[in-house]
Write a protein that binds this ligand. Structure first.
Ligand code: BTN
Length: 274
């Protein structure tokens, strides 16, 4: 399969599909940036408004979770960052990574019909031949206080859209996938991005107006981790194993160890065990 770029992303193509009120009202599209998250965090510190979106055709230093790089070749995938600065208490903010995963799952399902699930907290996965393959990733970074003292986060989303298998580094080929690989046909990125921003605006509104209850219930229906035996790699501090029993009120993963101890995990890499 050779790379399948669809039409280049532009303000016009994205706006033609966008139905949001606030998210994307300020929108910029770049040919190449180091990282859309880095660029938007700088803009936030300089006063960018809630809902500002930065999109790029390629990233030279795309950032992944847990300090990993995010492979960002030109013209085939979606790399987008969204600024959310409305004042929120920390328990609500901690749901934003999970809420974003719901938005990504809904947009992909709506536009492509591909069945995707989530590995806690926000790895968007396709299950094929009994193996989970990563299709999209989310990196939420706090930007601290803005010019008027508000808290804010940059929500970074990377979706592998039209990336052929051979464009993935060899060590990722078995564990990563794209919509092109899953559907066998190229997928237009502008309508997918517009649907994603629409879902995000709707879910963020729901979180702000009604609290975390509805978001938690929606997340539980798409999260493949809950109910499974898992190992969680905790970066520098080792690993733990147990049964993923549910979510804590702030979205942390509740794990029951074989000694019967309940742990609340707030960051880490989950491996589903058979
Ligand atoms: C992960 O490791 O799963 C998270 C990946 C997040 C990648 C996206 S691409 C757009 C935005 N800009 C970045 O530098 N990272 C995020």
């Amino acid at each position: 399969m050779t790379p399948q770029p669809d039409s280049p992303l532009s303000l016009e193509t994205i706006r033609a599909h966008l139905k949001t009120r606030t998210i994307g009202s300020a929108l910029s599209v770049h040919n190449e940036v180091d990282s859309t998250n880095r660029l938007l965090a700088d803009r936030a510190r300089a006063g960018a408004s809630h809902g500002t979106v930065v999109v790029a055709e390629s990233q030279t230093a795309g950032r992944g979770r847990l300090g990993r790089p995010w492979i960002s070749p030109r013209g085939v995938n979606l790399y987008a960052s969204i600024l959310l600065t409305q004042s929120q208490a920390p328990p609500v903010l901690s749901w934003i990574p999970l809420l974003t995963a719901i938005a990504v799952v809904r947009a992909i399902n709506l536009l492509t019909g591909v069945h995707v699930t989530v590995k806690w907290p926000n790895d968007v996965m396709v299950l094929r031949d009994g193996e989970g393959r990563k299709l999209a990733g989310i990196l939420v970074e706090a930007i601290g206080s803005g010019p008027s003292g508000e808290r804010g986060v940059v929500v970074g989303i990377g979706i592998n859209v039209n990336m052929p298998a051979e464009a993935f580094p060899e060590d990722l080929r078995a564990s990563a996938t794209s919509l092109l690989i899953e559907t066998g046909r190229p997928v237009e990125r502008a309508p997918l991005l517009a649907a994603l921003l629409g879902e995000l605006e709707h879910l963020y509104g729901q979180l702000c107006d009604q609290g975390t209850g509805g978001i938690a219930a929606a997340y539980e229906t798409i999260c493949a981790t809950l109910g499974k035996r898992v190992r969680v790699e905790l970066g520098g501090s080792g690993q733990v194993e147990g049964a993923a029993e549910g979510l804590a009120p702030d979205g942390a993963l509740r794990l029951r160890t074989k000694e019967g101890k309940i742990l609340e995990i707030r960051a880490g890499d989950v491996v589903h065990l058979r």
